[in-house]
Write a protein that binds this ligand. Structure first.
Ligand code: GMT
Length: 377
């Protein structure tokens, strides 16, 4: 198949899923055309079956807000027509599904029909979409898509609750390449960072307020106060980075917190982690937690959103009530101080990632869904 993929190319789960999906589909023989305003994060190199089409938005004095959605639509029309695409798979309802539906309508007038498949990832539904000003556009874009998928059953239910959806939503979860994401031997890295044999807590996110990164620092501080020898690695960057740095200084733990910024080889960092913390206020799936699990890292996370579909409480990590720092601290301490529990959870986390969420299991489900939508179009 010749497939067009549009996503947010920035550091974040939906872009990662879209990019890894495109790479896996190309490896399975499909021709993939990424359409975005910049090269997607994690699309480090183009191969013979992967193409990238950049969307350029011209600015004119007339435009106070440059119309990216329309530039994207025009680019989609061009790419579908000249690259003879079989379908457009867009990630995020706004603006990608909206632009794709408009592109499809334009192409229909030229005698070309390109089905549009929309994957819902989260913030478009759980936060942005519920802003009344966006609701009609999100609803229309979902209902007008030829196929719709959601990354968890939780997100499917949320979508049906908050929007008047008239078409079925297929649940296809996030996935991870468990050959790349596995526990690597990074002992030298761990020894350099933890010369006294300290345990390592890791958090990876885009530091948006919804990730509640300051809570990671607060839990870390509590563990330090209890006398635990532990270090904290924070991977990623975003709006809460500076407030989190301030908090770490205020609590007197800054010297044992490393802010590593946006990292691509995140599996190397996860390979020295003992616990992954995810105290998010909203999470439709939790791809970062899945990547940690694939590296054998037990995850302590909020018991919200799609996280219970990924994390088995007491087996692959722990689920805690949202914002309950006592619970987060106690569960994290338990894992860090009981080697037998850690080893059991580490194995179970890896096994769950391999058996349920490996690329080789999930990507064929997208292919089957594409076939189904194409047959109906
Ligand atoms: O979590 C983020 O801030 C990034 C966000 C995105 O839209 O890129 O991630 C969402 O999609 C991921 C991939 O499907 C999910 O694994 C994340 O749980 C989801 N984030 C939220 O729901 C907050």
């Amino acid at each position: 198949m010749r497939i067009g993929i549009s996503c947010y190319p920035v550091y974040g789960g939906s872009g990662v899923v879209a990019t890894e999906l495109g790479k896996a589909l190309a490896a399975r023989g499909h021709e993939i055309h990424f359409i975005a305003y910049s090269m997607p994060f994690r699309l480090s190199h183009i191969t013979e079956r992967i193409y990238f089409h950049e969307v350029n938005v011209n600015t004119y004095p007339l435009f106070e807000y440059p119309p990216y959605d329309l530039a994207l639509t025009s680019k989609m029309v061009d790419v579908v027509k000249y690259e003879k695409l079989d379908l457009l798979h867009v990630h995020y309802a706004i603006p990608h599904a909206t632009s794709a539906v408009l592109a499809r309508q334009i192409l229909e007038k030229q005698g070309i029909y390109v089905p549009v498949i929309t994957t819902l990832h989260g913030t478009d539904i759980t936060i942005v979409g519920q802003d009344p000003s966006f609701n009609p556009v999100v609803t229309y874009s979902i209902n007008e898509s030829d196929g719709v998928t959601a990354v968890s059953d939780y997100l499917r239910r949320e979508t049906l609750t908050h929007f008047e959806i008239t078409r079925p939503i297929e649940v296809i979860p996030n996935f991870v390449n468990t050959r790349r994401f596995r526990r690597l031997n990074k002992l030298h890295f761990k020894q350099a960072l933890c010369p006294q044999g300290e345990k390592v807590i890791v958090h990876v996110s885009n530091f948006r307020p919804v990730k509640r990164v300051p809570e990671v620092v607060r839990v870390f501080h509590r563990l330090r106060q209890e006398g635990l020898a532990v270090k904290l690695l924070l991977v990623g960057d975003g709006p809460d980075r500076v407030p989190t740095e301030h908090l770490a200084r205020e609590l007197g733990v800054y010297d044992d917190v490393r802010f590593l910024g946006k990292q691509d080889p995140v599996e190397e960092i996860l390979s020295i982690a003992d616990v992954f913390l995810m105290p998010s206020g909203s999470e439709t799936f939790g791809l970062a937690a899945l990547e940690a699990m694939a590296c054998g890292v037990p995850v302590v996370a909020s018991n919200i959103g799609g996280l219970p579909e990924l994390i088995v409480d007491g087996e692959t990590g722990f689920l805690c009530p949202l914002g309950d720092l006592d619970a987060f601290t106690e569960r994290t301490r338990r894992i860090l101080t009981d080697d037998e529990l850690w080893a059991r959870m580490s194995r179970a986390a890896r096994r769950r990632a391999v058996e349920h969420f490996d690329t080789e299991r999930i990507v064929p489900r997208y292919e089957a869904y594409y076939e189904q939508v194409l047959a109906q179009a």
